[in-house]
Design a protein around this ligand. Sequence first.
Ligand SMILES: Cc1cc2nc3c(=O)[nH]c(=O)nc-3n(C[C@H](O)[C@H](O)[C@H](O)COP(=O)(O)O)c2cc1C
Length: 165
Amino acid sequence: MKSLVVYYSFEKNAKFVGDLIAKELGAEILELKLETEPKSKDYMKYYLGEKQVLMKTTPKLQPYQLKLKDFDLIIIGTPIWSGTFAPAIRTFLMQEKIEHKKIALFYCFTVKRGRISNHFKKALKGNNIISEIGFKEPLQEELELIQKRIKRWVQKLLNCMATDK
Ligand SMILES: Cc1cc2nc3c(=O)[nH]c(=O)nc-3n(C[C@H](O)[C@H](O)[C@H](O)COP(=O)(O)O)c2cc1C
């Protein structure tokens, strides 16, 4: 089975989780990067990011070589922005037009997941979302706890893939 972990991460939480998932699963990694990445760590980031979400913007991604059709399982990860996925993921979903794939989702957040699950379901219509998992501020968690959760989740994904054939 070939798996891909694709994520966007603004401040490294989703990257941290995505890399651990990929390692546990033996998956390839695609880290989405914007052509113009906003500057992190200033108070404007919430304002600008939320405005982007509200306006449903699709910022341009840096080019990548991977072809999604080569993978049996695609795991998509994002920070939660204003209760949904980050604009970079919106761009990715729009440009890839993913169909008939097994998908798993992970997201990172600080307080509330909002309706991210519904937003993903709508954006990924025509696919089979086999599982999803949320991580609250993972960079501040104990590494061992995160690793244990990821191990269990990856096992669940593998079971799903094995029984779903
Ligand atoms: C523009 C913006 C909007 C956010 N909106 C939410 C939100 O609605 N709910 C929440 O719990 N966290 C929200 N956060 C916090 C991030 O989801 C959280 O810090 C996440 O772990 C960041 O992941 P990253 O480090 O991979 O970028 C927001 C952060 C930003 C920058």
